[in-house]
Design a protein around this ligand. Sequence first.
Ligand code: NAI
Length: 462
Amino acid sequence: MADYDVIIIGAGPGGYVCAIRCAQLGLKTACVEGRETLGGTCLNVGCIPSKAMLHASELFHQAGDEFEKMGIVGGKPKVDLPKMVAYKQSTVDSNTKGIEFLFKKNKVTWLKGWGKIEGPGKVSVNGETHSAGKAVVIATGSEASSLPGLEIDEKTVVTSTGALELQSVPKRLVVIGAGVIGLEMGSVYNRLGSEVTVIEYLDHITPGLDSEVQKTFQKILQKQGIKFVMNSAVQSATKKGKALSVAYKSRKDDSDHTIDADVVLVATGRRPYTAGLGIEEVGVATERGMIVTDDQWRTNVEGIYALGDTIKGPMLAHKAEDEGMAVAETIAGQHGHVNYGTIPGVIYTAPEVSFVGETEESLKKSGRAYKVGKFPFMGNARAKSHFMGDGFVKILADKDTDRILGAHIIGPYAGDLIHEVCVAMEFGAAAEDLARTCHAHPTFSEAVREAALACGDGAIHA
Ligand code: NAI
């Protein structure tokens, strides 16, 4: 008899969710994790710690810039970065311990160590081989992909991991890549007092986002003090005394430039992390580093599944979580399903940015006739009173049927507001359905309703 029904390798949001759901569905489950704590990149060095730093630095910014306007006086507070980093670590610790508790509660066995697939249904951990009667699930996540010419030491040339551990605020921070990580961590240090310059290869920030959001977002970040060097490819970062010299080439005219920095953050994307997992030996097919699966997350090798950042699709914790649940259901003989058309994306800057579904660009490309309902947060009483009037809600709906096709929000609590649109889309709602749903006043979510109204006879407060 096999030791377990299912062995999951990796305890990030994809792996631990899959493990818990497998156990809940009556499968004897083990989860292999080599880190000292559960939760993977997300809980340990990604989503959770970065949100702690974003929260703390945003409050610092508000205390310095907005409190006085609201009659709260008493001088600008100072930053104690080691203490802020300790606060961040305490939130990480409580969350990772929470997963350990959930494993115990659901009777998931944590196999501590790095797992290697020895063959279908066989995983070795620390030299001991464990067997899985039904499935092995690869949920090993991703790692930062660097650039040639850059040596990451996580002290002065850092990925997001090192950026979350700095013990002093760098005077000059150069960020390579205007994607999600670059802009979130760039925002943290900009608020804490660094001079932040973001160098981006493309002529726009946040590739893939609605272009109107991209432009508004960049303008807002510039107003906050972040500098952008666009259309430029970073080539190297070399030590120059205690500082660093970052060399980049302009893509417009091939001219060479340098900029000095105290810390360089490399945020040029991530790639699947499958080194040492034994997938080549057992013949699991990959394409450009990603594990190839069918639409039920099965690899080409019988009994081996893969999910999350190791396979195609956005590298998002919640996408991995959804796949984790669906894989568990599939292994248990149910019909696991993920609706990839309604997975939201969020950038946790201030203001936040969120999106779901189609963009105007993707609709134009597919030739689908659509209409746009847009509403500015300046027309939202609550947002204005909180000094949060920057940004807008934009809903895209089918021109003929009014069915909601996508939504793009830049503004306060955008990361939470997007979910009513996600639910509406799951139910195949029309913009009119949102528009006719009563929204409490005064709330930020009224802006979503107003954008839905703007898809019809018009918004009221615009
Ligand atoms: P990204 O793919 O979002 O952005 C990378 C940027 O670097 C791109 O704009 C690219 O054009 C630029 N770039 C690449 N090479 C360059 C060069 N040589 N010089 C200048 N610019 C260059 O990658 P990022 O920000 O590292 O994030 C990695 C992954 O983590 C993403 O898939 C993201 O979705 C995920 N993530 C999600 C978060 C969230 O949902 N809030 C937070 C953090 C990460």
